[in-house]
Design a protein around this ligand. Structure first.
Ligand code: CA
Length: 237
């Protein structure tokens, strides 16, 4: 059950019809809400529009490698991803986990194993959310909303796709909105204490963020430059 008292929603990305229908039936019988996609592009699209609580992902998809699906998802969401694949070697498994998958299940598998993996992943993810619930209310300012709980940034109700670094930078600024954060502070928080003092990487990322969220990056509405000091984000509503 999720916090609204409904069974969790699951997105299944799998091209093989028989496996898709086996998993769908199994999950429907357990009252999960299930959405299916038969390719990577369709899956990414559905992940963004439905914001499922968990994703089951086949690695061998016809239109793109499942590894790339994980990579794309991790640019904007921390939704748990369980990889389902015929590939059983450890290298592939490690690569999927390093790439951001939460768990891995090898075909063929039974319904009991599948359901157990799903329950575990959902439990971990809700614990993670509870831990960060020092009640981070979403940031709202003008047409920009940042939902810290589900890592979704929207502008005019459209999802903005940010890289992990861009998301970290933007949320750090938003959580401190109204305050100037210095280049050094931002560099240390995002890239660690041993990065060199050249701010080029920070400026590049900030330019990318502005391109994505500002109507006119030269006259920003959300993130302001404090010349020679750092950046300041507009105070939330
Ligand atoms: Ca496949």
């Amino acid at each position: 059950m999720n916090k609204n008292g409904c069974r969790n929603s699951i997105l299944l990305i799998e091209d093989e019809e028989n496996i898709r229908s086996f998993i769908s039936t199994t999950l429907k019988n357990q009252n999960y809400k299930i959405t299916t996609a038969s390719g990577g592009q369709e899956g990414l699209h559905l992940a963004a529009s439905f914001c499922p609580d968990l994703i089951l992902l086949d690695l061998g998809l016809p239109d793109m490698d499942g590894m790339n699906v994980i990579k794309k998802l991790r640019e904007w969401t921390a939704v748990p991803v369980i990889v389902i694949s015929a590939r059983s070697n450890e290298h592939e498994k490690a690569r999927a986990l390093d790439g951001g998958a939460d768990d891995y299940i090898t075909k063929p598998f039974g319904s009991i194993e599948l359901l157990a993996r799903i329950r575990t992943s959902l439990r971990h993810s809700s614990q993670m959310q509870d831990m960060s619930l020092t009640r981070q209310k979403p940031y709202h300012c003008g047409n920009l909303t940042i939902n810290f709980e589900n890592h979704v940034v929207t502008l005019n109700e459209q999802i903005i796709h940010l890289t992990q670094i861009e998301y970290k930078l933007l949320t750090l600024l938003a959580k401190n909105s109204g305050k100037v954060l210095t280049y050094t502070f931002l560099m240390e928080k995002i890239w660690g204490p041993y990065t060199d003092s050249n701010n080029q990487i920070l400026r590049v990322n900030m330019a990318n963020i502005r391109r994505k969220i500002e109507k006119n990056p030269a006259t920003p509405e959300y993130v302001f430059t404090e010349i020679g000091i750092g950046y300041r984000m507009a105070e939330g509503d």
